[in-house]
Structures are given as structure tokens and as C-alpha cells.
Design a protein around this ligand. Structure first.
Ligand code: MRU
Length: 360
């Protein structure tokens, strides 16, 4: 990619630098996060967003947290770390990658101390930064592998529709839903992408349209309520979206509007693919109705730009995500392969396969 969505600058005293996605496409500005509070705010306000990117950012939240610990007691350092994970976990509720990364950092810290109880605080901090880097590196590898595994679903001369932004801006690498498109493009395939605008925060119009334009991929922007028309006109041969959390049975939480698209896809006989790394699966949740869905501020719907578009005091329902039932999904593409017609049994078996990524 020609840009790094998020990048740790320096050593254990360094900081996390993020593309400030609130400002795109008008401004390309890097935001420095030097404290956990700044990172929390960046996640909450969507300066960094997209499930995998939130996970990677949260991983780097731990080295940031450790900078604020100036004692020399390992036990106290660990307690401080745990408190910081609890705080970061409150930034957004739906994308499971956030909790996955925090849990991974906590488990790593715990076993590091257990293996080397006499290590210095400096060694502990260095090891934690190393683990955060590993999460980031693996996310890049998973994105690439999702692209390789999903490329075959993009046929020469076809039309593909996507929703929200599940591209490089939503990950540390080349994205999830957009990754097969980057691979197909690199392989010289010609295809068109229809980009859903994605109301209310316009991740499609602001971010996906920007990304695909940078990559010189043929992209056409449509409002969310135009998706049916383009499908009816026979212009869409496949839909690929990302995911924020996938339940054990294959139900998928993703950006609001994804469920509606899956119904439209069914009605028009269009295959509906989800592209997501294994860090997006939550096997502790049996089915989608148990996935916590973030509700956001009413102003996101009552205003367009800075202009008020709804009467003052209007009642508003603004869920940021919805759940697409597994039966509406043709296949889930992961870094390990493809799960066709996903269900509990197939997902459990798929995630157990130890296909180790060796893509560089
Ligand atoms: O609210 P956002 O912008 O964080 O929502 C992002 C999405 O819904 C993406 O589709 C999802 O996180 C997958 S990103 C690879």
C-alpha cells in the first residue's frame, strides 16, 4: 500500500501514528497518539476504525500504557496494564478484534512474567512492544492471504459491490473485503467496484472511494438505497463486505446496511461474501442476536455536514452495525481459506486448521 494506516514510531518510548480517518478524503493528516487517553479518543471518534485496525491500535495501547508506569514492581506494572486494557475495552463495543487484541496482550504479559519473574521493567516493556508489533505484522499477513483466497470470486469483466470500508484503512495491511480486489487488480483483471456510500458516516464515500481511486481501481459511488437498482440492472456479480464480529454459527455483525444488502443479494441471486481474519470470530457467542451493537449519537443522523436536516428533538435510532444471518452468506473468506455456506460445525473445523501463514 502507498500509505500506512497505523504505525508505531520509535522504540519503547515511541508513539502510535494513525491516519486521521475523520478528515479523509479532504485532508491526509497523521494523528499522534502518545497516551492511552488519546488512543481511546481516536478509537471512539473513529480517527482509527475498522475491526482489524482497532485491534492493532489497541495492541499498541499496551506499550503506551506502560510508558505511564514509572515504578519498578512487575506485579504493579501488570496491574496497571490490566487497568488500561479494561479502559480501552470501553471505547467501542462491537468489533471483537479490540477485545481479542487486549486479551492477547494480557495473556502474553502474564506468561512473560511467569517465565521470567526476575525480568526488569525495561525488558517487560520491550517484550510488550514486540507482541504489539507481532499483532500488526500478522494482521498484514492475514489481509494478504484473504486477498489471495478471495481473488477467484472476482471474475474478469465483473461488477463487485462493497459496503462501508474494509480496505487498507480498516486494517494494518491491504484490507479484508478490498484485499481480493487489490489482488485481482494486481493480476491484471478488469472489473468494476460499486461503492455504497454508507450512511450515516460515509465510510464508503469518504474512505473506500478514496482508497480505490488511489489504487486506480475502477470504482463507482452509489447511495446505499441504490444498491437494489444496480443489482436489478445486472451490474453486480458479487458482494464482498468485511465483518466486525462473527458468531460461532456464522452470523455476521458488520456496518449498518449489510443485512439489507444480504437480502437484496438473495432476491437478485448475487453471491454474498464476507472477508475477515480469524481474529474477527467470537466463538463464545453462539449466534448473532447476542452480539453487542453500538448505538451512536443522534446528531450523526440529524445533521448532514454541519447542517441540521431533522427537526430539533427528533427521536432517533442509530445502530452502527447490524447482523446478517449465516443463511444469507454464500461464503466467508479468511486467511486460512473459504468457508462455504458457513455453520457452527464448519467454522469450528476451519478455525482449528493450523494453516500457518508464510506470506511475505
Ligand atoms: O464504524 P466502523 O467504520 O469502524 O465500521 C467498520 C465496518 O463495519 C467494517 O466493515 C468492518 O470493521 C470490517 S473492516 C476490515
Amino acid at each position: 500500500m502507498v500509505f500506512e494506516t497505523l504505525e508505531w514510531i520509535g522504540g519503547i518510548d515511541g508513539h502510535l501514528e494513525l491516519i486521521d480517518q475523520r478528515l479523509l478524503p479532504g485532508e491526509f493528516t497523521k494523528l499522534k497518539c502518545k497516551t492511552v487517553a488519546q488512543l481511546w479518543d481516536a478509537i471512539k471518534t473513529l480517527a482509527v476504525r475498522g475491526a482489524p485496525a482497532i485491534g492493532v491500535a489497541a495492541g499498541y495501547g499496551i506499550p503506551l500504557a506502560m510508558q505511564a508506569y514509572d515504578g519498578s514492581e512487575l506485579k504493579a506494572a501488570y496491574a496497571h496494564l490490566v487497568k488500561s486494557t479494561e479502559h480501552l475495552a470501553e471505547s467501542r463495543p462491537t468489533a471483537v478484534n479490540l477485545f481479542w487484541a487486549l486479551e492477547r496482550m494480557k495473556t502474553y504479559a502474564n506468561s512473560f512474567i511467569a517465565n521470567d519473574p526476575n525480568c526488569s521493567i525495561g525488558e517487560f516493556k520491550t517484550a510488550l512492544l514486540g507482541e504489539a508489533h507481532a499483532i500488526c505484522r500478522q494482521d498484514k499477513e492475514m489481509c494478504k492471504a484473504i486477498g489471495v483466497n478471495g481473488e477467484k470470486f472476482i471474475k474478469e469483466g465483473s461488477g463487485v459491490l462493497t459496503h462501508c470500508n474494509a480496505g487498507a484503512l480498516a486494517t494494518a495491511g491491504q484490507g479484508t473485503a478490498l484485499s481480493p480486489m487489490y489482488e485481482a487488480h494486481a493480476n491484471g483483471k478488469k472489473f468494476k467496484v460499486y461503492v455504497d456510500e454508507t450512511r450515516p458516516l460515509l465510510q464508503g464515500a469518504r474512505l473506500t472511494a478514496w482508497e480505490l481511486t488511489q489504487a486506480k481501481i475502477d470504482a463507482t459511488l452509489v447511495c446505499d438505497n441504490m444498491a437494489g437498482v444496480v443489482m436489478k440492472a445486472g451490474k453486480v456479480d458479487a458482494i464482498i463486505t468485511g465483518a466486525d464480529r462473527i458468531a460461532a454459527n456464522g452470523d455476521v455483525a458488520n456496518k449498518i446496511g449489510t443485512y439489507t444488502l444480504s437480502i437484496l443479494a438473495k432476491a437478485h441471486g448475487v453471491p454474498f461474501y464476507i472477508a475477515a481474519p480469524s481474529s474477527t470470530f467470537d466463538l463464545d457467542i453462539k449466534s448473532g442476536d447476542k452480539i453487542p451493537i453500538e448505538e451512536r449519537d443522534a446528531d450523526e443522523i440529524c445533521e448532514f455536514g454541519a447542517r441540521r436536516t431533522a427537526p430539533e428533538g427528533m427521536k432517533v435510532f442509530n445502530p452502527a452495525f447490524d447482523v446478517t444471518c449465516a443463511e444469507n452468506i454464500t461464503a466467508i473468506i479468511t486467511e486460512k481459506g473459504v468457508i462455504e455456506k458457513p455453520n457452527t460445525k464448519k467454522i469450528a473445523a476451519h478455525l482449528k486448521t493450523d494453516k500457518i501463514l508464510k506470506l511475505k
